[in-house]
Design a protein around this ligand. Sequence first.
Ligand code: SF4
Length: 71
Amino acid sequence: MSGARPTCKSCRYWSEMIAKSARVGVQAMCLCPTMPRQYTYGSDGCASWADAPHGAIDAPGNENAYPGAAT
Ligand code: SF4
């Protein structure tokens, strides 16, 4: 990273399949196995952030992209 705070938008756990229109913009489901199921904004973030070189863990075709990361 370039020093910028990692955000949900660039996190592997930010769903590409479960999203909704929100009061301001769009929210998607956080699928991190150590976090409660919740919708978050792309500008949100947390200490469980993980890089997403293959995209979100629930992107079609990514079933085996992140071994050990439960969806
Ligand atoms: S809340 Fe944390 S783990 Fe969940 S999508 Fe955002 S940065 Fe990733």
